[in-house]
Design a protein around this ligand. Sequence first.
Ligand SMILES: C[S@@+](CC[C@H](N)C(=O)[O-])C[C@H]1O[C@@H](n2cnc3c(N)ncnc32)[C@H](O)[C@@H]1O
Length: 324
Amino acid sequence: MQMQRNLPLFDIEIAGRFDADAEIVLYNGDVDDFLAAVPDKTVSLIVTSPPYNLGKAYEKRVEIEKYLEAQAATITQLHRVLQDDGSICWQVGNFVEDGEVYPLDIFYYSIFKRLGMSLRNRIVWRFGHGLHAQKRFSGRYETILWFTKSDDYTFNLDAVRVPSKYPGKRHYKGPKRGKLSGNPKGKNPSDVWQIVAEEWEEAFWDFPNVKSNHPEKTVHPCQFPVELVERCILALTNEGEWVFDPYAGVGTSLIAAVKHERRAMGSEKEAQYVEIAQERLQAYFNGTLKIRPLGRPVHVPTGREKVAQVPDEWRDDDVSSDEG
Ligand SMILES: C[S@@+](CC[C@H](N)C(=O)[O-])C[C@H]1O[C@@H](n2cnc3c(N)ncnc32)[C@H](O)[C@@H]1O
């Protein structure tokens, strides 16, 4: 478990409405109402996972065209509050209707482009477990669209480098022959992120049937890991800048922001999630919040675990499975 900063116990101040002087703002209500109070060019990074229109507990499913129309109106306001060197990281998966898959990032792309934004990366967030599809291949990734408002944007690559696989590798020809070819600070983490442990994936997909065994899991059905947001925050903002999650859920992005000395802002319409977010933020400052450590390697089974063995029942040649 990650050790947290050993801070003295105190009640943190979380402003319930936008306040330019606050360190943390968490609004309980509709994002559009919240945005009306936020001045132009305030925020350095908007990082979020919007409602996918899948009919989850917190959303009413509507036709995809209507859903995107409403999202486009909100995104126009998000663009307004973004600083000129700011970024938006929009994390989405698929909308599925009658067995047909609609990758949401494809639909969102033109909304951001119409606002004049530039796509810098389409990050694939890959995981190893999930529901087994019956009539198509099982889905094992979601994406983050990283758009910038201008060509002059913050990108702190050194803050998010990962250890090189072969740090001792050298140039084998040319003028640099024999010299080390890597960077002592590590390598670029690339646009494919497998940064969550198996235990997260199991908790994410199996909830609520299986009791979560991931340290961060709450009752929220679509919570994302703190670690996912941390990388965006470290790379795309500087200390003291505002990070905003318009669909804040249980406050994951806000926790990642305060963990790295950024100012945190969020809006969330469900009071229950806001309450959990407040508790998690308080727990973070008390040093009691459990967070999976940034950059911990993804667990790879050794093959000796009981669940990694072919069960006796399946050693029979007649066996058939209904799983994908
Ligand atoms: C995919 S979840 C985000 C979860 C979040 N990333 C976390 O880790 O907890 C989307 C959230 O948006 C909230 N939401 C949906 N529509 C909203 C709206 N119009 N205004 C504010 N929040 C909204 C939902 O209640 C839900 O908690």
